[in-house]
Design a protein around this ligand. Structure first.
Ligand code: BT5
Length: 254
């Protein structure tokens, strides 16, 4: 199978017509010992998941709903940066497809003109000392049309097709998996620094006036940078710098 120009990602490939969530399926496989690079992909998810038990709309045949099993030997504290790594790889893949307006909203969204094209859900299993495996779940809207979107996503979501990129899912998948593998080996070989710099370049969050809803607190201010762990730094109006580990960002102006 040399259709994919990858060494590890997609060497083992599990394809399903339908499933609850590819992250759940990938976790099951990982617990049974599935190797690094195993890709689980489905036509449809009936219980696709976002963060904080939110849902992910995954209609049949319209997108790339998939998860990749990773078994890196870095510290668990590095795991959240896999989300940023994936966002960089995906954004570069979209640029390659001609979609130059794709940019990253911290931490895990890829937006085109303010609308969400991709969601990423990274889940780690292991102990404080050691990563057992990471499930990197990615949802890309490919063929969805505006009129097909459910009411609550009509002003929020977009797809490659809606952005004028009329590409077959297989072709898009190939470009995306190759980009993800490339970026993954970049961080394994050279660390996160270059990838975090690329993230800064591709971000639509940095420099923007934002509101962040973090667990227990909401902040307003200017997103100034990310730190070396991928946390977002926000300068609030009183000049303090807040370090955001997890949260939802709304961009007010750039
Ligand atoms: C995410 O969560 O964006 C992570 C989504 C990850 C989905 C992939 S698909 C393959 C794998 N298997 C899974 O079960 N999940 C992963 P969050 O940042 O919490 O955003 C969720 C919010 O995005 C929802 O509350 C909606 O507002 C919006 N949303 C839901 N479906 C969408 C879609 N198809 N396109 C754009 N926005 C969507």
């Amino acid at each position: 199978k040399q259709i994919l120009d990858t060494d590890v990602f997609g060497k083992r490939y599990v394809y399903m017509d339908t499933t609850e969530s590819t992250n759940l399926e990938a976790r099951r496989l990982a617990q049974q010992g599935a190797e690094e690079g195993t890709v689980v992909v489905t036509e449809e998810q009936v219980a696709g998941r976002g963060r904080l038990s939110r849902g992910w709309y995954s209609p049949f045949g319209k997108g790339l709903w998939f998860s990749i099993i990773l078994r890196p030997d870095f510290a668990p504290a590095d795991a959240p940066k896999c989300t940023l790594m994936a966002a960089v790889a995906l954004t570069k893949a979209f640029h390659k497809m001609g979609l130059v307006d794709a940019g990253i909203k911290w931490p895990n969204d890829i937006l085109v003109n303010g609308r969400k094209l991709v969601g990423i859900l990274t889940e780690m299993s292991g102990s404080m000392e050691e990563v057992s495996h990471i499930i990197m779940g990615i949802g890309v809207n490919v063929k969805t049309k505006q009129e097909e979107l459910p009411e609550e996503l009509k002003h929020i979501a977009t797809s490659l097709l809606m952005e004028g990129v009329d590409i077959e899912r297989t072709e898009a998948f190939k470009i995306i998996l190759e980009s993800l593998e490339h970026q993954y080996y970049e961080i394994l070989d050279n660390g996160f620094e270059d990838t975090l710099n690329e993230w800064r370049q591709l971000s639509v969050t940095l420099g923007a006036d934002i509101e962040v809803r973090a667990p227990g607190n909401t902040y307003e201010g200017v997103a100034t940078d990310i730190d070396e762990d991928g946390n977002l730094l926000v300068r609030t109006p009183d000049g303090a710098i807040k370090r955001i580990v997890a949260g939802d960002v709304s961009i007010r102006s750039r």
